[in-house]
Design a protein around this ligand. Structure first.
Ligand SMILES: [Zn+2]
Length: 370
């Protein structure tokens, strides 16, 4: 392994791992984790969605009778994530502007592995430690959804997958997806347009009537993808419109979904012969972990020891933590220092990278010593 955490992080971000292509990074981590004395296993989650490899589970034996503790991160990155060329500039790791950095979530992976490495090298006794590195998180939490939770013994966990070190997302929303298919009728646009029903125009009327964006302080709506049409000389017979509603309050979410549906239904009803098909489905459940629960108290104490200003906050997005909580593993999302994620301006400060590693070590120490 590399000489410093920074070098280790730089090595990891240079291993391509866009969603469903996590084989290479999984091989590298297997080597590193085994060298540190872990038992490494994989599940077959990837067979459900066509990935290269399943979720990685590493377990380190610890003091007998101590409860194990879990740190999780995801192996995959968003695009463009191939051929990352990291540079260190003014205390930040940045990219050359052509790709994302992949600090989301390789900062979390590096911090967890490096913390264990340092504890091992120092010969510090510790509670049993579990690491879980999931696949295809960025494409709908697929790895976590299909994971084999019988391989996890921990009852509390930290997903290292948020921004500022010492800050913890303890509430996350639920998300509903809405897929509309508007069906009209094709005809030649120049010869007999009267026979056609323009699906694009109907959908446009429906979308225009929707209230999108921030609906109230806890609910957001979006139409994010529209596909349809054949050529300029064909009245478009069908269009697909995809959107989402996310929030923390199920009644508000439901009323936002109803409002979007009504807008689209009225647009379709105004055009005789047009047909609407819709599908509304939930991707993950919300979670709320109270500030006085052990998993939060431990995180806050470790933050102070690591020199951070601890804070909890309500997040706007889903992550593996939503699924872990659903599976009965009390999980909050911890900051790693990643910044400007999902853009080519993604970066992380070297100081935050190191602080995050210190935080992981402090959590393990405090968990071990009770
Ligand atoms: Zn992430």
């Amino acid at each position: 392994m590399e000489q410093t955490l920074l070098d280790y992080f730089l090595a990891l971000v240079q291993i391509d791992s866009e969603s469903k292509q996590e084989g290479a990074i999984a091989r590298r981590l297997t080597e590193d984790l085994k060298a540190l004395g872990a038992q490494v296993r994989f599940d077959s989650a990837h067979e459900q969605f066509g990935g290269e490899v399943g979720n990685l589970y590493a377990s380190f034996d610890g003091i007998a009778g101590c409860e194990p503790i879990l740190f999780a991160a995801h192996l995959d990155t968003v695009r463009p994530g191939r051929g990352v060329k990291p540079q260190v500039k003014d205390g930040f790791v940045v990219t050359d502007g052509a790709t994302i950095l992949g600090a989301d979530d390789k900062s979390g992976i590096a911090q967890a592995v490096w913390a264990v490495k340092e504890l091992k090298e120092a010969g510090e006794p510790h509670a049993p430690i579990e690491l879980m590195f999931t696949v295809s998180e960025e494409t709908g939490l697929l790895g976590a959804v299909h994971a084999d939770y019988s391989l996890i013994r921990s009852k509390l966990a930290y997903a290292l997958d948020s921004h500022v070190v010492g800050q913890f997302m303890t509430q996350a929303p639920t998300q509903y997806n809405i897929d509309y298919t508007v069906k009209g009728r094709a005809s030649h646009a120049g010869v007999e347009p009267e026979k056609g029903i323009n699906a694009i125009q109907i959908a446009a009327v429906g979308i225009a009537a929707m209230k999108l964006g921030r609906i109230d302080e806890s609910t957001t709506c979006n139409i994010g993808n529209v596909e349809g049409g054949i050529a300029t000389n064909v009245v478009p017979p069908v269009i697909s419109v995809k959107g989402e509603v996310r929030g923390h309050d199920i009644e508000r979410i439901q009323s936002a979904i109803n409002a979007m549906n009504t807008a689209m239904e009225q647009a379709v009803a105004a055009m005789p012969g047009a047909v609407l098909e819709k599908r509304v489905y939930s991707k993950y459940a919300s979670f709320t972990v109270a500030d006085d629960e052990p998993v939060v108290l431990l995180a806050m104490r470790a933050s102070k020891a690591a020199g951070c200003e601890p804070k909890t906050f309500r997040g706007g997005g889903g992550s593996d933590a939503n699924i872990f909580n659903q599976k009965g593993i009390r999980t909050i999302v911890a900051g790693t220092g990643m910044d400007n994620v999902h853009t080519v301006e993604e970066r992380i400060s070297v100081a935050q990278l190191e602080k995050g590693c210190r935080w992981v070590k402090e959590v393990i120490r405090m968990h071990t010593n009770g």
